[in-house]
Design a protein around this ligand. Sequence first.
Ligand code: SF4
Length: 335
Amino acid sequence: MSALFEIHDLTVDVPLESGFMGMFKMAQPKLNILAGISLHIGAGETLGIVGESGSGKTTLALAMLGLAATSGGDMHFDGAPLGNRASFIALRQKTAMMFQDPVASLSPRMSVGALLYEPFIIHGKRVANRRAKVTALLEQVGLPPEITSRFPHELSGGQARRVCVARALALNPKLVVADEPTAGLDVSVQGEVLNLMGALKAELGLSVLIISHNLAMLRHVTDRVAVLYLGRLVEVGATDAVFTNPRHPYTASLIAAEPQPDPRKRRHDLALKGEIPSLFLRPKGCEFHTRCPHAQPMCQTTAPELRTLGEGQVRCHFAETLKLNKRSEHYGMEN
Ligand code: SF4
């Protein structure tokens, strides 16, 4: 599978208020949000990004689209380098972002018809028959043409999400970036939206990047997953392999934290301890050691590299020897 989007050693730092440090010409402090991310999305592939709040998932998506300033590294889309303003303007015609809250991401003053036509106006594209184009987009996502004159507050959550999908497809993108595409939707509507996205992906050959906390959903719709912790990748691999045989303790803990049909089958030994540390106080050594149930003395002093293991990548000194795959029946693993 050829790579559509390539990211190499991407870093995002946010400068902090310098205060008196500026007066004394001391170096301006920075908050390191993303640290050396290298990742690719294949043509026609669905990649999931998972991690707790504060892990850097959304910043990664924004940086990829040129909506967050990067401090280092490089990115390529379809073989062309991204970096200057013109390259990101060109990129935005070939990518679409679906935001987390469908109703909030749609302007309340615009009708559905105007919302679906807006991408053409923004990118200066002429459409011969505006009404036919809007109707075709609605049909593509299973919505009736009568909905054209409605406003966002008159839509159900599922309809609003479908309008967002239609808007995302308007300019025939190659890549769709979806931030929590099922958040706030009933389980039955979640299934409908995911089935729709799956069908459109197969029909149009799209690549999809999904950012989500919902591991059960990611397991069913992604080809690969990448796990972020404190702005660093800690595990990347094929979805089935990661869910059936997680190699990083953090991944295993996230899977263990998912709701279980039988609460007695929860793996308490894998439960995450405490909160994600502040980016202001990144732990030394392995940054996960303060919460890791398998931490050893060397984990407090020596940072593990992201290295290839089997078909995937993992950032843990002891990934070969840890027994993390003895999971509950909920994920179809051994007890
Ligand atoms: Fe846990 Fe150590 Fe592996 Fe880090 S390197 S994940 S602390 S066992």
